[in-house]
Design a protein around this ligand. Structure first.
Ligand code: ATP
Ligand code: MG
Length: 424
């Protein structure tokens, strides 16, 4: 039996690659306007980074990581997300000693052992942005505006922004007690799942993000943090809303969002869309003022988000906003026999240098078969080079669509370039 790709992974074939490049290009362009610079980190990291940086009570760390020992016996994990990786790089390269805030973005593949379905893969891709070094609510506004701009400029026109504040460790103390009081009877009755029973002591907030339907149902009526928020966090949240109002971004306050990762504080948010079937949440993010300290750095406030590229593609395909891309050759150079073989090679390279997409026969096919091929790949023009053409440095340029023919000089690419440009 032939070998197939591992479950939950997908090849990105040439027919789709231009869609990916388009999305990545648009993202890079918008990030540049916002003053965010790209960073690339390794696909794998020491496992400890995610245990500390994502949190060992999260689903991601407890159930979804691809972790293995390398040949040197080190525990290695394929990155399940980008924030911890970028935070590590921020510390490792003293980025904190450069002018702050540091504004970084990334386009990466991520790995999670999930149950594959539409919009949920084991290898998937994220665009993420992180901003380190400011606790001002203006950054929360800026980062949410960046995510919103990317989604809307790409054409996901029906996004809803849900926001919440999950407070600081101070307000969470009181809240954790309230949560425990609420969940305790459900622990005692054995209704909550085993993972949540562990979370009850360590981090009851995590129970609110459990994917088990039973736990989810119970969590629906749990107390919400907004009722326990301290004055400082409440003020921060008000200002964040003010920035969103100022730029006209609509939002819904949703007290049930806690986000899947342990390190979030204050603002958390998600962008959802009904497009793309099961795609659901296209972007999630929030403030994580405790992460850098958790990883051994000085206390450094930070905020960021990540969006799933596969889910963006599903949404854009669903609403017809994914542009059609095709890569068609401008000119196909056919040749007759050995005499004109090298001539054809020189000619296609001359045309490429002039900026045209030019191809020639690479299979030693007959002239008839070459022309059939030129038709199949949709070449706009063709030129046939025989002995006469090679000698006279001139040939007939045939428009493959409207079947017109003109005589062109082959000395340089000028005549051909002119004809192709006129059609464009
Ligand atoms: P979900 O609740 O859908 O599992 P999450 O909270 O685990 O999402 P994050 O860790 O916040 O997701 O990742 C940010 C974004 O990355 C998500 O909003 C989603 O668009 C995308 N994403 C997450 N997991 C996957 C996956 N397994 N396959 C494809 N995209 C994903
Ligand atoms: Mg998840």
């Amino acid at each position: 039996m032939s070998i197939t790709a591992p479950r939950g992974t997908a090849d990105i074939l040439p027919s789709d690659i231009l869609k990916w490049k388009y999305i990545e290009g648009k993202i890079s362009e918008i990030c540049d306007k916002f003053g965010f610079e790209e960073i690339r980190t390794p696909i794998f990291e020491n496992t400890e980074l995610f245990e500390r940086g994502v949190g060992d009570t999260t689903d991601v760390v407890q159930k979804e990581m691809y972790t293995f020992n390398d040949k040197g016996g080190r525990s290695i994990t394929l990155r399940p997300e980008g924030t911890a990786c970028v935070a590590r790089a921020f510390l490792e390269h003293n980025i904190y000693s450069k002018p702050l805030p540091a504004k970084l973005f990334y386009l990466i593949s991520c790995y999670r052992y999930e149950k594959p379905q539409a919009g949920r893969l084991r290898e998937f891709h994220q665009f993420g942005a992180e901003c380190f070094g400011s606790q001002s609510p203006a950054v929360d506004g800026e980062i949410i505006t960046l995510a919103h701009t990317v989604l809307t400029e790409l054409g996901i026109d029906d996004v809803t922004l849900n926001i919440n504040s999950i407070g600081c460790p101070e307000c969470r103390k009181k809240y954790n007690e309230a949560l425990k009081d609420y969940f305790r009877p459900h622990i005692e009755s054995g209704e909550l799942c085993e993972t949540c029973r562990g979370r009850f002591d360590k981090n009851p907030l995590r129970i609110l993000d459990c994917k088990s339907p039973v736990c989810g149902k119970i969590a629906e009526s749990a107390p919400v943090l907004l009722d326990y928020i301290c004055d400082e966090c409440a003020d921060h949240f008000e200002k964040v809303k003010g920035y969103l109002d100022a730029v006209g971004i609509n939002y819904v306050i949703d007290g049930t969002i806690v986000r899947g990762l342990d390190y979030y504080t204050k603002t958390v948010f998600e962008f959802k869309t009904s497009l793309g079937g099961a795609a659901g949440t296209v972007c999630g993010g929030g403030r994580y003022d405790g992460l850098i300290e958790e990883l051994g750095g000085a206390p450094t406030p930070a905020i960021g988000f990540a969006m799933g590229i596969e889910r963006i593609i599903l949404a854009l395909t669903d609403n017809g906003k994914m542009p059609d891309f095709e890569s068609i050759p401008d000119v196909y150079v056919a040749n007759i026999g050995d005499e004109s073989d090298f001539y054809a090679t020189v000619l296609v390279n001359k045309l490429r240098k002039a900026g045209l997409k030019a191809e020639r026969d690479l299979c030693a096919r007959s002239l008839k078969a070459q022309m059939k091929y030129a038709n199949k790949i949709g070449a706009k023009y063709s030129i046939v080079i025989g002995e006469d053409e090679a000698k006279s440095n001139s040939a007939i340029l045939k428009n493959m669509n409207i079947k017109t023919e003109i005589s062109v000089s082959l000395e340089n690419a000028d005549d051909i370039l002119k004809a192709v440009m006129e059609e464009k």
